[in-house]
Write a protein that binds this ligand. Structure first.
Ligand SMILES: Nc1ncnc2c1ncn2[C@@H]1O[C@H](COP(=O)(O)OP(=O)(O)O)[C@@H](O)[C@H]1O
Ligand SMILES: [Mg+2]
Length: 154
């Protein structure tokens, strides 16, 4: 737990921004991960911070592909904002099936796809590699996951 008063509100002004729109094909998971890592590298992150970002992005994009759109191919919308004080905000959005109960979906080990050997640890991974994870979802409309990370020493 961070001491009271030190919690970052992640509202620093944006200094650079990138948008990416990709079909929900599994080959694009690696593409999204690499593109976002390359864009974030201008903030001169530590190698471990880039690895954290890649892992979290990977989980969020995979969820759009396997859960959001399932068998069909839809579009994944990604926005990356680099902000003052080394704050990175990554928004990953799909217009797929949505999540009925976000609180339940975020529980460790919860999965609706156990038959495909999913671990149910995607949101937990995102939370452990980022400083904050925001999930907004509406059934039948889609899901938006926003990952916030503050790079150290910035
Ligand atoms: N983009 C999404 N669209 C629809 N459902 C989702 C999405 N992301 C996550 N979910 C739901 O939340 C559950 C938990 O996700 P996660 O923690 O990544 O575990 P896993 O992907 O292994 O099931 C999924 O099983 C799924 O039901
Ligand atoms: Mg997952």
């Amino acid at each position: 737990m961070k001491p009271k008063g030190t919690k970052n509100s992640f509202t620093s002004p944006v200094i650079n921004e990138m948008s990416l729109k990709l079909p929900s094909l599994s080959v694009n998971e690696g593409m999204a991960r690499a593109a976002i890592a390359a864009f974030c590298s201008q903030l001169d992150p530590l190698p471990v911070e880039i690895a954290d970002i890649k892992c979290a992005v990977s989980e969020a994009v995979t969820n759009c592909i396997v859960h959001g759109y399932k068998e069909r191919v839809g579009t994944i919308y990604i926005t990356v904002k680099l902000c003052n004080e080394g704050i990175v905000r990554i928004e990953i959005k799909d217009k797929g099936c949505g999540i009925e109960d976000v609180r339940q979906a975020r529980q460790p080990l919860y999965t609706t796809d156990a038959e495909n050997e999913r671990s149910g640890m995607g949101f937990t991974v995102m939370e452990s590699f980022c400083d904050k994870v925001r999930v907004y979802s509406k059934c039948g409309k889609g899901t938006t996951v926003t990952l916030f990370k503050k790079l150290q020493g910035k």
